[in-house]
Design a protein. Structure first.
Length: 383
């Protein structure tokens, strides 16, 4: 079983901001996964199954696209300049690849191998730690590029970029010649998606002009305020529970201050803290923070109610006992059903199936009334 938290690569800084790198979500994730494997195995040669790559990154299994991407890496050159700005060295991103019976044989150039296997001191100075688990959530390939760029400068000020430099890095120098199009199609959507999932910072940018035209971009980074609730009467215990839960990127991206304040007026603080503790482990996209937290709180309340009922049931007759147990079971099943249906809805949405099939599945899902029917649907769609 894959531990996604282990999918980390200490990426050499000179492999970030590469001009000419093929721009696609699958391609960018694939190369980082390859670097992760080479670094982990401490070798310059590997034979990998394409399925391992697809499964680890949760991307579509398009074999021909994968082979074409690997082929393109053979011609991508990385050039190093000396202090005077003159060419010092150069190498390609990939040395060779070959289809074999056991998978794909892949070899990287010696300079990349040496960089990947550098000691810890060198990593601190010349490497950027990339978490593939964080990168996988991005749908826009430009977001992945800016994610790495901002990670590279996480501890220092992000440099001022020439507009043409950014176009070269994102491979859009011939695609969006007009700045308005570049801003609309690249900068704005990439930073919007990045801000949705980044737990620590919000990113924005200012434009600098040369005459009437934008010629430079200055990126700005501001720290996110993790705790936003204004009520000073909230206990430190609850504040800590909120802060901990928001370390989960799915909770953080859907978190709502207004929803939390309304829930505090409706539910006991102790139940909210317990619910936040359970949500911390949640690992799927969340559409409504209020809805899922409410469901968790109701689960906890029903569980507490069940324990109270169990203590009082002995003084009731057999018919009354069965009625109480049945009612409690129905309420609990409804809460679980809502949560499970939410999970399946997200899986259907991101399944890559044709639109008409996804619509039909969503209709079937909306008609489900109990967990037994839901299990049948899960088996039908193989989730």
């Amino acid at each position: 079983m894959i531990n996604f938290n282990d999918l980390i690569v200490h990426k050499p800084n000179h492999l970030i901001e590469i001009v000419g790198n093929p721009i696609s979500t699958m391609g960018l994730l694939t190369y980082n996964y390859l670097l992760h494997k080479f670094q982990k195995e401490k070798t310059d040669k590997l034979t990998l199954s394409p399925n391992e790559i697809f499964k680890s990154l949760e991307i579509s299994d398009k074999y021909e696209d994968l082979y074409e991407y690997l082929d393109s890496l053979l011609s991508i050159k990385v050039r190093s300049l000396d202090k005077k700005g003159k060419l010092w060295s150069g190498f390609n991103l990939l040395s060779s690849f070959e289809k074999t019976e056991n998978g794909i044989f892949i070899q990287i150039p010696e300079p990349i191998f040496k960089a990947l296997c550098g000691n810890e001191k060198e990593k601190t100075l010349y490497y950027t730690t990339i978490k593939l688990l964080e990168q996988r959530v991005y749908r826009c390939s430009y977001t992945i590029i800016f994610y790495e760029l901002f990670k590279k400068y996480e501890k220092i000020n992000i440099p001022l970029y020439e507009l043409e430099t950014l176009k070269n890095i994102t491979g859009t120098q011939n695609k969006y010649k007009i700045y308005y199009d570049f801003k609309k199609r690249v900068l704005t959507p990439a930073l919007k998606e990045l801000n949705q999932f980044d737990q620590n910072f919000d990113y924005s940018f200012d434009e600098e002009y040369l005459g009437r035209k934008v010629n430079k971009i200055k990126f700005k980074r501001t720290s996110k305020n993790i705790i936003e609730i204004s009520d000073s009467q909230i206990s430190n215990k609850l504040l800590k529970a909120i802060e901990k839960s928001r370390k989960n990127r799915f909770i953080n991206s859907s978190y709502s201050q207004k929803a939390m304040e309304k829930l505090l007026q409706k539910y006991d603080e102790t139940d909210i803290i317990k619910a936040l503790g359970e949500l911390y482990k949640y690992n799927l996209e969340i559409r409504s923070f209020s809805k899922i937290l409410t469901a968790k709180i109701e689960d906890i309340k029903n569980s507490n109610l069940t324990k109270i009922k169990e203590k009082t049931i002995p003084i009731l007759d057999q018919k009354e006992k069965q009625t109480l147990i049945k009612d409690d079971f129905i309420e609990q099943e409804k809460s679980i059903l809502d949560i499970e249906k939410e999970k399946i809805s997200i899986l259907i949405k991101n399944s890559g199936l044709p639109t008409n099939k996804r619509i039909n599945l969503m209709i079937k899902l909306s008609e489900i009334k109990n967990l037994e029917e839901l299990e049948k649907l899960k088996k039908f769609i193989n989730f």
